[in-house]
Design a protein around this ligand. Structure first.
Ligand code: CP3
Length: 343
């Protein structure tokens, strides 16, 4: 595949800025909702490879994005390992919180390969149906983000229970971390083996990790995952997304062998352009909420990002997932502004 996405992720700044958006398959699209409503249970939906392929393809057909991201979820990993994950409409994901590391037993690791094989099938079908120049991304949650769900049992405002474990149960955190790392590697391997062109590691709640524990909880686990993938023969470029770690991006970029770094909307693109290592491609970082109003303010914000990254390899994206209330017209506006830009 030699499209602009992979070339840019490889470090070339070719004058064209590739675009894709986190959560580009989602509830802001009526087409998505129609397929989604045909499968009331979210996990069955993710594991129905034909439906997953259909919704993965929708935003590519509609907006001509440069990359598709396989429709799946980071919480399929705890689900596969027998945590009772369910998605409750209006509430989000729920599971019974673990009370000890042994509740997430390494004895269940083999279930990843068997229960998540539909994600591999979806990747194969998707790759076969996509134009050559479009990249297909696979993804997983980074260990800390998965651990927050295991311990909290749901999304959380401040992740107080997970953070308490960091201080109170350090041994158990280490044990849990080892299991989650192996589970994540296996989930990514399924995707790599079946044709994902690049892999993204979502550490959506990295901002909750105290700065002095980032190395142990965010950086080393990400690096271990990449080292394991390489050892097992998978060479796909990886994009790290340690959301909300501010100055911690410097250590992350320095110590994790990533091709790209996802930037959240809290990062000043001018700072990032100047301070992040030039061999790492930057991806981001428009505030997804700017798309709700669109118009001039969104336009100015997009221009500022494009200008800041004009001299380096940059993949345009949002700073987090697109929200359900986003008007589709504003996505068209965003795409046409970026396609019309020349540095
Ligand atoms: O288009 C894409 O980006 C690919 C699909 C994708 C989904 N989840 C589908 C989904 C991706 C990359 C994810 C990752 C994911 N899932 C993350 C990390 C990225 C981030 O946003 O920070 C996290 C934390 C999750 C866990 C998760 N899954 C939550 C918190 C929710 C509920 C959110 C909500 O808005 O209700 C989900 C469900 C989910 N995963 C939806 C989608 C499109 C919405 C549910 C639905 O359609 O019914």
């Amino acid at each position: 595949m030699t499209g602009s996405f992979l070339t840019t992720l490889d470090g070339s700044s070719s004058g064209v800025t590739p675009i894709w958006l986190m959560r580009q398959a989602g509830r802001y699209l009526v087409e998505y909702k129609a397929v989604r409503n045909s499968e009331p249970d979210f996990i069955s939906f993710c594991l129905n490879s034909d439906k997953a392929v259909e919704v993965t393809q929708q935003p590519i057909d509609k907006f001509d994005f440069d990359a598709a991201i396989i429709f799946s979820d980071i919480l399929l990993v705890p689900w596969a390992m027998n945590r009772n994950v369910r998605f409750v409409p209006g509430t989000g994901p729920l599971m019974d919180p673990i009370t000890a590391a042994s509740d997430f037993s390494p004895n269940n690791l083999d279930l990843i390969g068997s229960k998540l094989s539909p994600v591999g099938e979806a990747i194969q079908k998707c790759r076969a149906g996509l134009a050559n120049k479009k990249a297909l991304l696979g993804f997983a949650g980074a260990p800390w983000t998965i651990i927050t769900y295991l311990i909290e049992g749901q999304s959380s405002r401040d992740f107080a229970n997970a953070r308490k474990w960091l201080w109170h149960n350090d041994r158990q955190i280490e044990e849990l971390m080892d299991t989650v790392i192996e589970a994540t590697v296996r989930f990514l391997e399924i995707q790599a083996r079946n044709g994902a062109d690049a892999l993204m590691l979502f550490d959506s709640w990295a901002s909750a990790v105290p700065a002095d524990r980032r190395d142990q909880i965010v950086i080393k686990p990400a690096q271990k995952i990449i080292t394991e993938l390489r050892k097992r023969g998978h060479q796909q470029p990886v994009i790290g997304f340690p959301k909300g770690i501010g100055e911690g991006l410097l250590a992350y970029c320095d110590q994790v062998d990533i091709a790209g770094i996802g930037l959240d909307h809290g990062v000043d693109p001018v700072w990032a352009a100047k301070n992040l290592p030039s061999h790492i491609t930057v991806q981001g970082n428009l505030d997804p909420l700017s798309l709700i109003d669109g118009g001039e303010m969104m336009k100015t914000s997009i221009s500022r990002i494009l200008d800041a990254f004009a001299d380096r390899a940059h993949i345009f994206n949002l700073g987090h997932g697109i929200t359900p209330e986003t008007p589709v017209q504003h996505v068209y506006d965003l795409v046409s502004q970026i396609r019309g830009y020349s540095a």
